[in-house]
Design a protein around this ligand. Structure first.
Ligand SMILES: Cc1cc2nc3c(=O)[nH]c(=O)nc-3n(C[C@H](O)[C@H](O)[C@H](O)COP(=O)(O)OP(=O)(O)OC[C@H]3O[C@@H](n4cnc5c(N)ncnc54)[C@H](O)[C@@H]3O)c2cc1C
Length: 374
């Protein structure tokens, strides 16, 4: 049996280990943390979004310019294969109203427990508190993660090791991150933690629908994450918020011709325009007139993305040109890299985990082919 090292016990590393062990390899996983898959467990706290049920063609578009790089791996191990794999671990899944796929229990811990039992039964060894410091000639799959939530293990301290081997690693940047806004104290105290539901957001020509959340320091939530690449790369534009995306400006203006009577302005806007208290106060906070044009297009000044340490994922990582079609490092024969440590990004919606799993399956299968033919 060929001995193979996997470095990193996140979802990508564990999946690579499973494929290799099932193929008959002797696998040891090393992770620098005291326990495996810390970020995966955190991901399960807000509901583990494993993948998405939309048609594959649409699914692949979510990877933007990295689509061509990831497409063969995702086609070879698509969302349906991931769902069947989870079912095989005794984890039932369901499709949420947004098309996102979750385990019925929502959490990651039951899946992880069942998965670790399977790996153990396959003879996979897991060595924790074991930090990888460089290549040693053993066939290796690196699955070291990106650079967000570094205290959970993915601290990107491996970057200089790869760079010393001549491998280009593009700077990590926050993806799917919060954005900072200079709220007044009154607004922050009253509305931090409040969702703003069913809004349309436009930034530098890109429009999305969804929900955002007011936080102490700014804004976050699915709709913001979906725009975060543009927000990060083309700073300086205002974010335009449409509080009534289902109504035309004309229809809204028509409603606002109704007399206000004895209603306060807030009550009037709530009744006539259907605005929530947070929306009404956002208009005040930004000094936007509460007329049809303002309600349909309120500009909000964003300061900058919040730091990478609390971003859901990171952009940047090993340059795509450093890898062959099976994610083998061109400069280090017999060594592959998978998961979030590669340079791609995607919005939330299950696209992150899907790409981590799919790249791991692709690399592990290729490694098996190599060791069998050696
Ligand atoms: C709050 C939050 C919620 C999320 N929710 C979702 C979601 O619902 N759906 C989704 O698709 N994605 C979600 N994600 C993203 C997803 O968790 C990550 O994309 C995924 O975990 C990346 O997997 P990975 O295996 O590539 O890396 P990681 O999970 O980061 O694992 C990398 C591992 O490598 C280890 N390591 C690093 N350096 C070394 C070293 N030098 N030596 C040894 N070990 C090392 C680390 O300790 C770590 O265990 C979420 C992320 C966060 C933070």
């Amino acid at each position: 049996m060929t001995h193979i090292n996997i470095i990193g016990a996140g979802p990508a590393g564990l999946m690579a280990a499973e494929v290799l062990a099932q193929g008959g390899a002797a696998v040891t996983i090393h992770d620098q943390m005291p326990a495996p898959a810390r970020k995966f467990l955190l991901a399960g706290r807000g509901g583990l979004n494993l993948t998405h049920s939309e048609p594959l063609e649409q699914f692949l578009e979510r990877y933007g310019e990295a689509k061509a790089f990831l497409e063969p791996a995702i086609r070879a191990f698509p969302p349906q294969a991931l769902i069947e794999w989870a079912n095989g671990l005794g984890i039932e899944t369901f499709v949420g109203s947004s098309g996102r796929v979750f385990p019925k229990q929502m959490k990651a811990s039951p899946l992880l427990r069942s998965w670790l039992r399977r790996l153990d039964a396959l003879g996979v060894k897991l060595v924790t508190r074991s930090r990888w410091e460089g290549f040693d000639g053993t066939p290796t799959i690196l699955a070291l993660g990106g650079a967000s939530w570094p205290h959970l293990g993915s601290d990107a301290k491996w970057v200089p090791v790869l760079e010393a081997a001549g491998i280009r690693v593009n700077a990590f940047k926050p993806a799917n991150s919060r954005f900072l806004v200079d709220w007044s104290k009154i607004f922050r105290d009253k509305f931090a933690g409040t969702p703003v539901k069913n809004v349309g957001l436009t930034y530098a020509g890109h429009r999305v629908r969804g929900e955002l959340m007011i936080s102490q320091e700014g804004i976050e939530g699915g709709a913001i994450y979906a725009l975060s690449k543009g927000l990060r790369e083309k700073p300086g534009h205002p974010l335009i918020i449409d509080f009534r995306p289902d109504l035309t400006v004309e229809a809204l203006a028509q409603r606002l011709t109704r007399p206000r009577g004895k209603d306060s302005q807030s009550n009037y806007l709530r009744k006539v325009a259907g605005l929530s208290p947070v929306a009404i106060n956002l208009l005040r906070e930004t000094g936007t007139a509460p007329d049809a044009a303002g309600i349909k297009a309120m500009p909000l000044k964003l300061l900058r993305p919040a730091g990478i340490s609390r971003a859901i994922s990171s952009a940047g990582g090993i340059d795509r040109n450093e890898l062959d079609a099976n994610f083998q490092l061109k400069k280090i024969s017999g060594c592959y890299a998978v998961g979030e440590m590669l340079d791609w990004e995607a919005p939330t919606g299950g696209y992150l985990l899907q790409a981590c799993f799919s790249t791991a399956v692709m690399a592990a299968k290729d490694m098996l082919r190599h060791v069998r033919s050696a």
